[in-house]
Structure formats: C-alpha cells, structure tokens
Design a protein around this ligand. Structure first.
Ligand SMILES: [Zn+2]
Length: 478
C-alpha cells in the first residue's frame, strides 16, 4: 500500500468507525429534513374571503393578527398545496351560487397575479407537477352544499370551474342534508340524514370525481353518506370528539368507519376543536350571547346601503378580540388529535385541515402556516418516523384524491358501456312518442340507471306513466 493509499484507507476507516460508534440520526431523518422533503397538503383555509372582501393579495406580507396565509409564510411552512374554501355564508340566501362564483374567481385572480409562484391545480398529478415546478398549488373546495341551490346542474358547473371537494353542509342544515350545527334546533326542518336528492348529490360527486367532504354534517348524514359513496370520503377539517366533545368533531366509531372507507380525516387546528378546556371556557352560553349581540349590533351599524350582507371578514376582528379572552391551548392538544386519530383509524387515515383564516384562535406556537414545521417536530418527538409523518402531512390525502379520480373514471366507463335509460330519457319518451308497450320494451331491453325513489315515482305518475311502466322501472335498475 502506497502512503497515499494508506492515508485514504485510514481516512475512510475513521469516518466509518465514527458513524458506527456514534449512530447519529441520519441527516435525512432529522425533523427539518423530513419536513422539507414532504409534499404537504392542507385541505381547508378560508383565505378567499380575504381575497374577495378585503382585496387581500397573497403576495403581501401579513401580520398574523390579520391573516394566517401569504406566499412568504406558505414557503416558510413548505406548504405544497392548499384547498381554498369556497364558503358561502347562509346570509347570502337567494345568491348562494353567485357568492360561490365570486369566491372561485378570487382564487383564480391570485393564481393569475403570481404565475411564477403559484398555479391552479385540479388533480393529484397537478399537485405533484406544481411541486416539481416549485410552485404552490391552489385548489378549491365548496363549504356548504346549499351553494348548489338544490340543482345538480350547478354541482356539475362547479366541478367544471375546478371545485374538487364539497362539504355536504356547513353549520346550517340545507334542503337535502342535516348539519351537526343545528341538529338540536327544533325550528329547523331535519331529514334524518340525507334525502333521496342528497344521495343523488353524493352519487353525482362520485361520478364527477369531486371528493365528498363530511366535515360539519350530522352523525346521521355521515353514516348515510358512507353507505352511498363508492369513493373514499374526507373530513376536510374535523378533529376527535373523544378528546374535545364538540358535535362537529368525529367519534371513534366514525373514525373507524372512515378507515373502512379508506378515507382520511384532516385535523382542524381551531382551539375549541382540539382542546376541551378551551371549548368549555369559550362555549359559555353567557359569553357566546354577549359575542353574538356585539356581532349583530356591528352588522346593524355597518349595514351595506345596497342591502348585501356584511361579510364575516368585516366583523372577524371583533370575534378575534372576544376569543382572545381565553388562553390559547398548548400545541400538545393539537398533536394529541393527530396521535389519537392515527391510533384509532390508523396512520393511513389522518391529515391536516388547518382552517386557517377561518378560526379566531389557534394553539400556542401555531400563529400561521409558517409554523407547520413545529407539527413535524412534535410528531418526530413522539416517535413518528419519516414515512409516517409524510403520510400525515399530505401522502394520505393524495392517495384518497387519486382513488376518487379512479372511481370517477370507472363509473363513467360503466355508464358508457351500458346504454341504460336515464330518468330524463324516460320523461322525454313519456311526454313525446312512446306508447306504454313501446316504453316497456325499451325498459326491459336497456334497463335504467337510476333508483325509482318515491319522489321520482310521483313525478313520472304526474307525467302519465302507467303502474305497469313504474313497476318495470323499479325492477330495471342496472
Ligand atoms: Zn368549516
């Protein structure tokens, strides 16, 4: 061995030896490296209201007291994709779809203003591609099924505009699905879960490839949805009811049901949903009453001359001040929820649905999206490894999104294959050219692609369908 070779050998040997002796954490597995290499997806932020109502630009540095997300903070937090919430406040009654469209437009406007830093995304592959191009991916989810104004065509239009999930209800029960938000309110007309039309909405979402979101819904709506949906579902921003007893959170039984459905529960960061002490303090009926009265007084004093509703963002500072009287819970409370859901449902069924820009209080240390690395750090300290943490940060959601896309393709292929008659075709034939015998032949030959619900039976009867035809339809579902 030449002296030079000996030197090299010794140098190699000593590094090998060193690494064997010390067994340090591999650099790639440090919490920082785990966070930086992750594809991080958050499934709920209410920032579009700020875009629309405050003319907020995502490129603008924002104090955390005003907002939780801007492009600088997004980069700091290494967030790859955000689902911007198209939340339609029930105050917009009569104009739900218009309000939703305006919010959708506001997201597109942001992407158009910052083409070098962000891009619209509509598929799981789009998210991955945006990441490769070092661009932040903006996606959209509708919050509150009332936005479709009881019209399945509007649902399809929203899909065409790029909306990729819909929360079946917000805190308000709509005409086809019950919400957890008013389930104890006797003045509200409830449906014991989903109506027939509600079930059709879920089926159509499956067919389109729009993810069904069960955050906010009542327990009965939740279980109805799982029996109808062929695709995995998500809770875009819900936490554990076992740990914080809010009816908007998910029971352990629901968590297991989501695991069976291969879906994912994205943990909401809101202090009252992750910390039982905070929830109890802030849900004091007297204090809530005082807050609601202040909000009402504000709305009255600042009424818009054109009669349009005073949007949430205008009185949000008031609600934030009110919330600040309760001490913020520790970060541990939030991590406990991730941990609990991972234990009950499994590590494949938990993710992040912050509710940034939609909540008045967050746990200590989480002031904005820039603080996401603290969640990785905390999970790491609890013993979660790289693969597990990556699943929580975005991998699980991406899997569900891909599966929803695959189920949609499958359903569309099935409908193409069979030439089963649609409800509209039957109506058209009844109204136009078919004799009952002709119609019976067609039904027997082709079958139908819909369930004959009592509503539809009534409808066809009013269009002069005979009992024989109705019975044939009832048996002809493919
Ligand atoms: Zn919400």
């Amino acid at each position: 061995m030449t002296p030079l070779r000996l030197l090299i050998f010794l140098a190699l040997f000593s590094t090998l030896n060193l690494s064997q002796q010390k067994q340090p954490v591999k650099k790639a597995d440090s919490p920082q490296a785990i966070h930086q290499s992750a594809l991080i997806i958050d499934t709920h932020a209410d920032t579009p209201q700020r875009f629309l109502d405050e003319h907020f630009d995502l490129g603008q540095d924002t104090p955390v007291s005003d907002g939780h997300e801007d492009l600088g903070k997004i980069k700091k937090g290494n967030l790859a994709a955000e689902f911007f919430s198209i939340w339609v406040e029930p105050d917009y009654k009569g104009h739900y779809a218009k309000r939703a469209m305006d919010l959708i437009d506001s997201v597109y406007q942001q992407a158009a203003r910052h083409p070098d830093k962000m891009t619209m995304a509509f598929t799981a592959s789009d998210i991955v591609r945006a990441r490769q191009q070092h661009k932040f991916a903006a996606l959209m989810g509708i919050e509150g099924g009332h936005a479709i104004e009881n019209d399945i065509r509007l649902l399809r239009d929203f899909y065409r505009l790029g909306v990729r999930y819909m929360t079946l209800t917000w805190s308000n029960t709509n005409e086809w699905a019950d919400s957890s938000g008013d389930i104890d309110d006797a003045k509200v007309q409830h449906h014991k879960g989903l109506t027939d039309f509600g079930k059709d909405v879920v089926r159509e979402m499956n067919r389109l490839g729009m993810i069904v979101d069960i955050s906010h819904v009542s327990d009965a709506t939740f279980y109805d949805t799982l029996t109808v949906s062929r695709a995995p579902v998500i809770a875009s921003h819900s936490s554990s009811r076992e740990l914080s007893h809010h009816p908007r959170n998910m029971t352990d039984d629901m968590l297991r049901a989501i695991a069976n459905n291969n879906g994912v529960v994205m943990v909401n960061f809101y202090s009252a949903f992750v910390d039982e002490d905070y929830r109890k303090a802030s849900y004091d009926p007297e204090k809530i009453k005082q807050r609601d009265e202040e909000v009402e007084a504000y709305k009255k004093a600042h009424a818009h001359p054109d009669g349009s509703p005073v949007p949430y963002n205008e009185y949000a500072p008031l609600e934030k001040r009110w919330a600040a009287q309760f001490p913020r819970p520790p970060l541990k409370s939030l991590i406990d929820h991730i941990d609990h859901i991972a234990k009950v449902a499994g590590i494949d069924h938990v993710g992040l649905g912050s509710d940034f820009d939609g909540v008045t209080s967050l746990p200590e240390g989480i002031d904005s999206v820039a603080d996401l690395p603290k969640i990785t750090q905390a999970l790491f300290e609890r013993g979660y490894n790289r693969v597990q943490i990556h699943k929580v940060l975005g991998g699980n959601f991406l899997r569900v999104m891909r599966q929803v896309e695959a189920v949609s393709r499958q359903i569309q292929a099935e409908t193409e294959e069979s030439d089963a008659l649609t409800f509209q075709e039957i109506e058209l034939m009844l109204g136009n050219y078919a004799t009952p015998t002709h119609l019976l032949d067609m039904i027997h030959e082709h079958g139908v692609n819909f369930d004959l619900t009592p509503e539809r039976r009534q409808q066809l009867k009013s269009e002069k369908a005979t009992d024989e035809v109705l019975d044939a339809i009832a048996k002809a579902k493919r």
